[in-house]
Design a protein around this ligand. Structure first.
Ligand SMILES: N[C@@H](CCC(=O)N[C@@H](CS)C(=O)NCC(=O)O)C(=O)O
Length: 212
């Protein structure tokens, strides 16, 4: 399997965690999102994914983008451990939490959004940090409340799921942009537990070969 990856990409970080949890060996192909304007915008990568976003996963003749779709594919073909539970109630809890992060929080904080804020609207570094923190805090406030109901050691009960796979990279981003995590005790406790697991530790941005 080949993963088009970038060490600081939180969407790619989700897929790295999922691959590690399922013990799937893969080759990482780094796509530098920053250097010379970003390799994602040039061939060969933009021919592979016209969205110009990582991750992309290749498994034989299967080519997939979108981290949640990639993880859905992995769950179907490499079912142990399952990241989306079969139980209907748990499944909806897990997928809603994962989408709260991957669909509602993450996209508005993406690199291309931040670059557009500065290039088109002249927003300075303080303004960009403020934007990031605002939207992460808005999402985390809701998430924290939901986790008081659903969580055990993990986001939903004690089993690692897709929600955890999305949470850890989002908290990495939050810390990177100086979000005060003291208002989110459930999130902090869950992430402390998950970070001790090998699959999560080995997927950390600073552990990746292209980390600078
Ligand atoms: N919805 C996509 C999001 C992918 C995405 O936003 N990737 C970011 C890194 S986390 C990216 O490649 N950004 C490049 C850019 O903004 O130019 C997924 O879940 O895979």
């Amino acid at each position: 399997m080949i993963l088009y990856d970038y060490w600081r990409s939180s969407a790619a970080y989700r897929v790295r965690i999922a691959l590690n949890l399922k013990n799937i060996a893969y080759q990482s192909v780094p796509v530098n999102l920053i250097k010379d304007g970003g390799e994602q915008h040039r061939p060969p990568f933009n021919q592979l994914n016209p969205n110009e976003l990582v991750p992309v996963l290749i498994d034989g003749d299967v080519e997939l983008n979108q981290s949640l779709t990639i993880i859905d594919y992995l769950d179907a073909h490499y079912p142990e451990p399952r990241l989306v539970p079969r139980d209907e109630r748990l499944r909806y809890q897990v997928t809603a939490l994962a989408q709260d992060i991957a669909i509602d929080i993450h996209p508005i904080n993406n690199l291309r959004v931040i670059q557009h804020l500065s290039k088109t609207f002249g927003i300075d570094d303080d303004g960009k940090q403020d934007w990031m923190r605002h939207w992460i805090n808005k999402g985390f406030n809701a998430l924290e409340q939901k986790l008081t109901v659903t969580s055990g050691k993990c986001c939903v009960g004690d089993e690692v799921s897709l929600a955890d796979v999305c949470l850890v990279p989002q908290v990495y981003n939050a810390r990177r942009f100086g979000v005060d995590m003291s208002s989110y005790p459930h999130i902090v406790k869950i992430v402390s537990h998950l970070q001790q697991l090998d699959a999560f530790e080995q997927a950390e941005p600073e552990q990746q070969p292209d980390a600078t």
